[in-house]
Design a protein around this ligand. Structure first.
Ligand code: COI
Length: 355
C-alpha cells in the first residue's frame, strides 16, 4: 500500500452535532466535526488523514495567496427516508477536479484519496446529513498551492482538503438575471472550463453591480462580441424555445462542464424533448421572445440545483416569464430530487452509496 492509499482517522473527542439546528441551515455556513486532508510533497501524495475540523496556519508567503493556484469542487450527499446516505455522481466531480488541476498546472489527486477519502469522511459524519426536503450535505473538495515563496512558478507542494457543510437550498426564489456585456468571464484558451477560484473572484464585481440594480446574478456573454450566451455566475443555463431546449455548447472551453448540466440534458432527452448543445445569441433569444416562443429559462448547478429564471434583463429590455405556467423545469426538478432522495430506483446508477 502506498502513502496515497492510506488514510488515518483521528476522531473528535466530542461531536458538535448537538448544537446544530437542522431547521436553520443557511447554505455553506456550518461545518461538520471532521475534514480530510492530504499533502503533495516531493512529487507524491502523503499524510492522508481524516481529523477534527481545524483552521490552517499558513505563512503569509504561501503561494496560493499571491498567484491563485486554487481549485475546488461542489458535490452533494443526500439522506433517504431509510437513513441511507448517497452522493450524487461524485466520480464526475473527481474527473473534473483533475481536469482543473491539469489546467492550473497542479498535481492530479489520486482516486483513492478523493473518492474513498470522501466516502469515509461522510460515513464518519453521516449524522450531519440533513433529512429535510431540499437539504443536503454540501461537499467541498479543494486544493491550494502551499510553497512559501514569492515568485511566479507552479508550486512544488500542495494541500488537498475536503470539508462538509450541512445546507439548505442555495437559491430559494426564482431569479432575475442581467445579461452582462461589459465584463468577461472566459475566452477560448483561458480557464473558463476549470473550477478554479480565480474564475469566481473575477465574477464578483459584475455580480455586485447587477445586484445593486436589483438582479441576482449575471449571464455571461462571449469575450469578443458580448453576444453569445455562456453561463450564469454559479450555474449553467437552459432555454426552452418552442418545444426545443437549448444550452450553450462546451466546445470553446469557456463554460464549466456542469455535472448537473449533463444530468439535466440526459433527463430532458429521456422526457422526449430535443436538447441542442450549441451557441445561442442574445439576439436569437430576444427574437424568439418577441414571437412568444421563449417558454422557460433555468439554471443548473450542484449548489443551485434547478433554479428558475423568471426575468432576463438585457440593456433596456426584459424577457419576463410566468413560472407558474412552466412544465419542463418543475418536472426536471422533481425527477432529479426523486433520484437524489431515493424516491425512485436509481436506474442510471448516479447515486454513490456511503454506508
Ligand atoms: C456549486 O454549484 O457547487 C458551486 O461550486 C457553485 C458555487 C457555490 C460556487
Amino acid at each position: 500500500m502506498t502513502d496515497a492509499e492510506t488514510i488515518q482517522i483521528i476522531r473528535v473527542d466530542k461531536s458538535a452535532l448537538g448544537d446544530l439546528d437542522f431547521k436553520n441551515l443557511p447554505f455553506g455556513k456550518v461545518f461538520t466535526d471532521h475534514l480530510l486532508e492530504a499533502d503533495y510533497i516531493d512529487g507524491q501524495w502523503t499524510n492522508g488523514c481524516i481529523r477534527p475540523f481545524h483552521s490552517l496556519q499558513l505563512s503569509p508567503a504561501t503561494a496560493v495567496f499571491h498567484y491563485g493556484q486554487a481549485i475546488f469542487e461542489g458535490i452533494k450527499a443526500y439522506k433517504t427516508e431509510d437513513g441511507k446516505v448517497s452522493i450524487f455522481r461524485p466520480e464526475e466531480n473527481f474527473k473534473r477536479f483533475n481536469l482543473s488541476a491539469v489546467r492550473m498546472d497542479m498535481p492530479e489527486v489520486p482516486e483513492y484519496i478523493f473518492m474513498e477519502g470522501m466516502r469515509q469522511l461522510i460515513e464518519l459524519d453521516a449524522d450531519w446529513v440533513p433529512a429535510l426536503a431540499d437539504h443536503s450535505l454540501y461537499i467541498r473538495p479543494f486544493m491550494i498551492a502551499t510553497d512559501e515563496v514569492i515568485g511566479v512558478k507552479p508550486s512544488e507542494t500542495y494541500k488537498f482538503m475536503i470539508i462538509l457543510s450541512p445546507s439548505g437550498p442555495y437559491y430559494i426564489k426564482p431569479m432575475r438575471i442581467y445579461v452582462e456585456e461589459k465584463y468577461t468571464r472566459a475566452a477560448p484558451g483561458g480557464v473558463g472550463f476549470a473550477k478554479n477560484a480565480g474564475n469566481y473572484a473575477g465574477s464578483m464585481l459584475a455580480t455586485s453591480q447587477a445586484r445593486k440594480a436589483g438582479y441576482d446574478q449575471v449571464l455571461w456573454t462571449d469575450a469578443f462580441e458580448h453576444k453569445y450566451l455562456q453561463e450564469v455566475g454559479v450555474m449553467n443555463v437552459f432555454f426552452m424555445i418552442g418545444d426545443k431546449v437549448i444550452t450553450p455548447a462546451l466546445d470553446e472551453g469557456t463554460i464549466l462542464p456542469g455535472v448537473t448540466r449533463n444530468s439535466a440534458i440526459e433527463l430532458i432527452r429521456d422526457m422526449g424533448y430535443v436538447v441542442e448543445e450549441r451557441s445561442i445569441s442574445i439576439d436569437e433569444l430576444i427574437a424568439a421572445h418577441q414571437k412568444g416562443e421563449v417558454k422557460e429559462i433555468f439554471g443548473t448547478g450542484t449548489a443551485a440545483t434547478i433554479a428558475y429564471i423568471y426575468e432576463l434583463g438585457y440593456r433596456d429590455q426584459a424577457i419576463e416569464l410566468n413560472t407558474e405556467l412552466w412544465k419542463l423545469a418543475p418536472e426536471l426538478r422533481k425527477q432529479m430530487n426523486d433520484i437524489k432522495y431515493g424516491n425512485i430506483p436509481d436506474n442510471k446508477g448516479w447515486m454513490y452509496p456511503v454506508n
